[in-house]
Structure formats: structure tokens, C-alpha cells
Design a protein around this ligand. Sequence first.
Ligand SMILES: NC(=O)c1ccc[n+]([C@@H]2O[C@H](COP(=O)([O-])OP(=O)(O)OC[C@H]3O[C@@H](n4cnc5c(N)ncnc54)[C@H](OP(=O)(O)O)[C@@H]3O)[C@@H](O)[C@H]2O)c1
Ligand SMILES: [Zn+2]
Length: 368
Amino acid sequence: MTARPHVVLSAAQSLDGYLDDASSTRLLLSNEDDFAEVDRLRAESDAILVGAGTVRADNPRLLVRSAELRRERLAAGRPEQPIKVTVTTSGKLDPASRFFTAGDTTKLVYAPPMVADELRDLATLVDAGTPPELGRILDDLGARGVRRLLVEGGGAVHTQFLAAGLADELRLAIAPITVGDPRAPRFLGTGAVPRPLRLSEVRQLGDVAVLHYRVAAEPSALDVLRLRQAIALADECPPSSTFRVGAVIAAPDGTVLATGHSGEGDPRNHAEEAALAKLSPDDPRLATATMYSSLEPCSARASHPRSCTQLILATAIPRVVMAWREPSLFVEAEGVEQLTAAGRQVIEVPALAADVRRANTHLPGVRP
Ligand SMILES: NC(=O)c1ccc[n+]([C@@H]2O[C@H](COP(=O)([O-])OP(=O)(O)OC[C@H]3O[C@@H](n4cnc5c(N)ncnc54)[C@H](OP(=O)(O)O)[C@@H]3O)[C@@H](O)[C@H]2O)c1
Ligand SMILES: [Zn+2]
């Protein structure tokens, strides 16, 4: 099975949480700088998805506006425009919508069989169940080579992606406007978000506040087992003044490929480094392996030219699971940021952080 795309949600809302007012004209909740950033998000994506409600209400073009960004896409060997995607149960989409008429790019409509047959000449109709299931839509997009999907609303679609735990990031622009009308569409409807959201960035673009969230990935039961094993390995560390850390590198089925602990081999060695030293950096098994570390991999160190984050990035290891984010005792820790920026998945299990702190109470300021 091919991988599902990385899903980025983008929305603009009023201060009181509405996506639009209740009138038939679209409420402007954005400014030029914000539009330009969303245009860049579009240009970085392989496909853009909106719900049928948004196609009907806003009649959006869903194209990259900037000529420069389109040139950059072409220069990188990508199609000039991302694929356009919509989803409907009713099939009620106007063939004259800009979704179908604007731009020479692939248009995908996920709809139950038969309901949208009059659109057959304008778009590729795909059956993903009745009603269409988001998981099947993501599987199909992945099989079509879509690695990054931008979801631009509306509220029903955003709510479903978040409630199903299928969104990876959320970019939310908040305008200093109140709508105050319960008939207007809300950014999120009913349904709780099962996965924790982490605020990763806050910026100001004129009067618009831009919040960026990452949706935390869930560890599996096997992840928790291997992470506990890594935490227990810290007991093997020689008495030392620095962090006592354990690391386990394991295959997707849980097979342990290597283990390590701080001070193993050389008193200055870190746990991840000691574990990695037991494997060749181009061992093919690393391409699907997970690095379990009781502590966030270091991003700068005085005693060694390469940080554990750099050592991990020198391999193909796609995931890192850790219990405790490094407190900034010695240097400012940026392991999680550097790994995520390089496209590696980082899963934090804060529920196990107390066990790691307990092994490190010899350090100043660390309490169990
Ligand atoms: N401010 C912003 O960032 C922003 C962005 C986008 C939209 N908007 C606003 O949001 C409003 C539209 O939001 P909305 O919540 O009404 O509509 P929406 O989320 O765009 O679309 C909802 C429709 O999509 C289809 N749909 C959604 N999930 C589906 C599924 N799993 N399977 C099959 N079909 C599915 C259904 O279409 P059928 O009814 O055809 O079955 C449903 O009625 C508009 O007022 C628009 O201006 C604002
Ligand atoms: Zn390290």
C-alpha cells in the first residue's frame, strides 16, 4: 500500500470562530500577505481539496496565483498547478463552476457511483464509498502520487479531517472581525479532536493572527513497549554528570536492531549515538525503522562534532519516538524542530516523561 499524503488544513476565521457570514457574498477574512502565504501553501502541495459546500458557496478557482511560484513548480519538474479535489454525497455540483472550468489540471470528484455522471467529461469521478470515506480518499490520492494535500475547507470537511485524526497540520488565520450570527458557517462543527494539537508558530500579518498547529501523532502499543525498554536502558549508564538516556532502534514489527545508553563505549557517547554505532548508516533496515529515545535527540553538543539529530538525519530512519523533550539545561534544544523540518516523524509520549526525569534527578533543576 502506498503512503497516504501529509494533510495540511488551512482556514481563515473571524474572532468568534466563523468561516463566513450568512450572506451570499463571501466575507473577507484575510489580507494580501495572508493570501500570498496561502498561495505558497498551494504551490507546495500536490493537490488541494475543498468540500462540495465550498465549491457551491464560493466558486473558488483553487489555482496557484503567483506566476513565480508556478515557474518554480515547473522548474522542479512538477505540474504547473496542483490537482483539484472535491467530495460530495449529493453530486450537486454545477458543471460551470470554476472548479471544473479554471486551469488545465486534473480534477478529482469523490462521489458515490452514478450521482455525478454529468460531470464525467469534466473530471475524474472516483468511488470511495457511499458516502465517500476520507481514509479511502487519502489512500486513493496516495496511489495517485499525492504526497502533500492542502485542505481549504469548509467547516464540514475540516471537522471531519480533525475528528477522524487524519490531519497532520493546521494553519489558522484569525481576523479581527466578529460575525455574531449563528446561521453563519463555523470553522469547526460538533465532534472532538482525538489527537492533541501542538501550537508550533504564532505570527502577525497586519491585523491577521496566523496560528500554526501540528497534530501530534499517536504512539502504537508496540511504540510504548519499545520506548519503555529505552527508558529502562538508562539504568546501565555509568554515573555521570550529564543526561542518563537509553535508546532502542527497532523494525516496524518490533524486532530490535540495536540498543544503546549514554556513556556506552566512551563516557562522552550519547545513547542514540551508541545504538547507531552498532549499525551501518546505510543499513537498508533503517529505512523503515524507529529510533526510540528516552530523551529528545540532542541538536548541538560541545563534546562531539555531530549531534544525535545530525546522526539520525544521516540515516534513512523515518520516525523518532521519545518521552521527554530536552530541558534547556546545557544548550537550547532543537532536536524535534530539526527532525520535523527534515520530514522525519517525531512522536512524543509525555506520559512516560516522569520515568525519564526520575533517572536524571542528579541534574540541576530536574525533579521527578
Ligand atoms: N474562511 C475560510 O477559510 C473558508 C474556506 C472554505 C470555505 N469557507 C466557507 O465555508 C462555507 C462552506 O462550508 P460547509 O461546511 O458548508 O461546506 P464544505 O465543508 O465545503 O462542504 C460540505 C459538503 O461536502 C460534502 N462532503 C463533506 N464531507 C463529505 C464526505 N465525507 N463524503 C461525502 N461528501 C462530503 C457534502 O456535499 P454534498 O452536500 O454535495 O453531499 C457536504 O455537504 C462557505 O460559506 C464558505 O464560504 C470558508
Ligand atoms: Zn545526543
